[in-house]
Design a protein around this ligand. Structure first.
Ligand code: SAH
Length: 368
C-alpha cells in the first residue's frame, strides 16, 4: 500500500542513512547514491537507478516511494515568471513561483496550506489556515520546478516567501532546508536559501542554533502601534523583542545582515516620519531594507504607495546609511507577486490569529 511507504523526498541525509540501514541493512553510501538520483538527476523511479543492485531497488520499492505533489495548473507571466498550483489533497492547493532573472533563478515556495498569521495586507491570510506542509511537500516544490524548468533556467535561490509562515511549521521546514543546503541535495549556499518570517521570536532563537540560512523578517511598520495592527503576531512579540532575536541570529550565525521586508501601503506606513523612525531602529545594525510595493488583491482596502513616495522613503533610509532597495514586482499579471498567492484553502481555524490575540484565553499553544 502506497500510504505505508516512506516518501524519501523529505528525508535529510542522516535520516535517509538511518532508514536504509534500519530497514534494508544497507551501508550509508547507499543513501548518498539515492540522494544523487533524487535531487541531482530528478529521478522518481527506483528502477531508473541503474547503479543500485536490482534486488536493493526492488526491496526499496516495497517500502519507499518518491512522491511529488501534482501540478494542477501553470500560468506564465509576460515577464517570464511561472506559477504552479499544486494539489495537496482532494481540495487543497498551494502555489509555487519561479522568477527568472539574468543572473539567477529564484523559486518562491510555500510552507503551509494557507496561513494563520492574519496579516491584514496579505491575500494568503484571507484564505485562513488549513495545515502544515510535510517536508516532502516542501522539497517536492523544488523537485517539480526543476523538472518543469529543465534546461531553460536554473534554480539558484530558494525563498520561503510563498504561502504560509515557515517558522510556524518549523518541524518540517528544517529538514527541507537541510536538503536544500546538502551538497548531495540541491547544494545551495546558505546565503541563497532565505527564510522569511512575520516574527515568531522563539523559533528565531531555535533556528539560530540549528540551521544557517539567510533570514528575512517582515517588519512593515516602525512602531508597535502600527505593526500590531498590520501584523498581529506583534501583539505577542513586539518590535524590540523581535529585533533582539534578529541581532542574536546574526551573531550566532556569523551572518552578514537581516533583510527587513516593508510593504509600502499608501497613507498607512509610507510617510517620511515612518522612514525616520525606521532609521532610528536600524542605524548601525546589520540590517537591509527591502521595500515591497503593495500588490493588491480583490477585497483589500489598501492601495500601493505612489512610486515617488517609495523612492523618497528609500532615499531617507539611504541618507541615514541604511541600505534600502525597492523590490521589483514580478508576475503580477498572473497574481504571482508577493502576497497574491491564494492557492486553494479550506479554512479549518475558524478564528484567526488577530482575533485570538485580542482574546488571549483562546490563543492556541501552537502559536508562540
Ligand atoms: N509568512 C512569511 C512569508 C510570507 S510572504 C512572512 O510573513 O514573512 C513574503 C513577503 O510578502 C512578506 O514580507 C509579506 O509580508 C509580503 N506580502 C504579503 N502580502 C503582500 C502584498 N499584498 N503585497 C506585497 N507584499 C506582500
Amino acid at each position: 500500500m502506497s500510504s505505508e511507504r516512506v516518501n524519501l523526498l523529505g528525508l535529510p541525509r542522516e535520516q535517509l542513512e538511518t532508514f536504509v540501514a534500519a530497514r534494508l541493512g544497507a551501508k550509508p553510501f547507499r543513501a548518498r547514491q539515492l540522494m544523487k538520483w533524487i535531487y541531482r538527476r530528478g529521478a522518481a523511479d527506483f528502477s531508473a537507478m541503474t547503479d543500485l543492485a536490482q534486488d536493493f531497488r526492488a526491496q526499496l520499492a516495497e517500502i519507499a516511494e518518491i512522491t511529488v505533489p501534482e501540478i494542477v495548473t501553470e500560468q506564465r507571466s509576460r515577464d517570464g515568471t511561472r506559477k504552479w498550483m499544486l494539489r495537496m489533497d482532494q481540495v487543497q492547493g498551494i502555489e509555487t513561483v519561479y522568477i527568472p532573472e539574468p543572473d539567477r533563478g529564484t523559486l518562491c515556495i510555500s510552507s503551509q496550506v494557507g496561513c494563520a498569521m492574519d496579516c491584514t495586507f496579505c491575500s494568503t491570510a484571507q484564505q485562513g489556515f488549513n495545515r502544515n506542509l510535510s517536508a516532502a511537500e516542501i522539497v517536492g516544490q523544488v523537485w517539480l520546478a526543476r523538472r518543469e524548468i529543465g534546461d531553460s533556467g536554473k534554480i539558484t535561490n530558494v525563498v520561503f516567501m510563498g504561502m504560509g509562515e515557515p517558522l510556524a511549521n518549523y518541524r518540517n521546514v528544517l529538514p527541507a532546508m537541510r536538503i536544500f543546503l546538502d551538497d548531495l541535495g540541491y547544494d545551495l549556499s546558505r546565503r541563497r536559501v532565505t527564510l522569511s518570517t512575520s516574527g515568531l521570536v522563539p523559533q528565531i532563537y531555535k533556528l539560530a542554533e540549528e540551521c544557517n540560512v539567510a533570514l528575512a523578517v517582515s517588519l512593515h511598520a516602525p512602531n508597535d502601534e502600527l505593526r500590531s495592527e498590520l501584523v498581529p503576531i506583534n501583539r505577542k512579540h513586539p518590535i524590540a523583542e523581535l529585533l533582539e532575536a534578529c541581532w542574536h541570529y546574526i551573531d550566532q550565525q556569523n551572518g552578514r545582515s537581516i533583510t527587513f521586508e516593508y510593504v509600502m501601503l499608501d497613507g498607512v506606513n509610507d510617510r517620511p516620519e515612518h522612514a525616520q523612525q525606521l532609521a532610528r531602529l536600524l542605524t548601525g545594525r546589520p540590517a537591509k531594507l527591502n521595500l515591497i510595493p503593495f500588490n493588491p488583491f480583490p477585497g483589500t482596502p489598501y492601495r500601493r504607495s505612489a512610486a515617488a513616495a517609495i523612492v523618497k522613503f528609500r532615499d531617507i533610509l539611504n541618507d541615514h546609511g541604511i541600505i534600502a532597495t525597492i523590490r521589483k514586482t514580478r508576475g503580477d499579471d498572473i497574481d504571482a507577486a508577493c502576497g497574491q498567492l491564494a492557492g486553494k484553502v479550506t479554512d479549518r481555524t475558524l478564528v484567526r490569529l488577530g482575533t485570538r490575540l485580542t482574546n488571549p484565553s483562546r490563543t492556541p499553544a501552537e502559536i508562540q
